[in-house]
Design a protein around this ligand. Structure first.
Ligand SMILES: [Zn+2]
Length: 193
């Protein structure tokens, strides 16, 4: 994939959703490839990112690896937050490229893991503005309501999130599995209890 192509969104926003419900979704990466996940939501002029992953085939130094995200300009406060679903680089590996003022939403353990990983890997980091995800505890962020669901995955402290905004709901799974040590979390999700 050339530099330009790798920076193109995989899915353009759906006009019907945009017009009727005032929620737009742009899948920058993650729909047609494994890793590098990044989904941008827009509602009422505000933006929320779901993961900011490093593509598996990137060495991390490619400037095109960072998607063209609204609200990253200096002084532009339309990007309200970045959800980090878990501490795998293909979901969080570009977080350290974002402005230090960026608000991140991640589990408390994930924050500790990334801080510790910064000593050994290029993708960890210590972030100044962190809101902790807690299982099924809603977070209000501008027009977005975010409900985290603790899931089982090979990364500890992994979350799926249910986003409600503009009269629509979107469920972002992140990475999950049903067969691990905490596989019952997946069964609980299916039962909605
Ligand atoms: Zn993962």
């Amino acid at each position: 994939m050339n530099e330009r192509a790798s920076n193109q969104p995989e899915h353009q926003p759906a006009a019907a959703i945009s017009d009727q419900y005032n929620l737009r979704v742009c899948v920058h990466r993650g729909a047609r490839q494994i890793g590098g996940s990044c989904v941008e939501l827009c509602c009422e002029g505000k933006h929320l990112l779901l993961d900011i992953g490093l593509p598996l085939d990137s060495d991390g130094h490619d400037p095109a690896a960072l998607p063209d995200i609204s609200g990253l300009d200096a002084g532009n406060r339309s990007l309200l937050g970045v959800v980090i679903s878990h501490a795998h680089s293909d979901h969080c590996g570009l977080a350290d490229r974002l402005p230090k003022e960026t608000v991140f939403l991640m589990g408390a353990a994930t924050e500790r893991i990334l801080a510790a990983a910064a000593e050994f890997t290029p993708y960890g980091g210590k972030f100044e503005n962190v809101i902790h995800l807690e299982d099924r505890k809603p977070i209000e962020l501008g027009p977005f309501q975010i409900v985290p669901f603790l899931m089982d995955h090979s990364a500890y402290d992994a979350y799926s999130v249910l986003i409600a905004a503009g009269g629509r709901r979107l469920f972002y799974t992140g990475d999950l599995r049903a067969h691990g040590r905490k596989g019952k979390l997946f069964e609980r999700l299916l039962r909605r209890r």
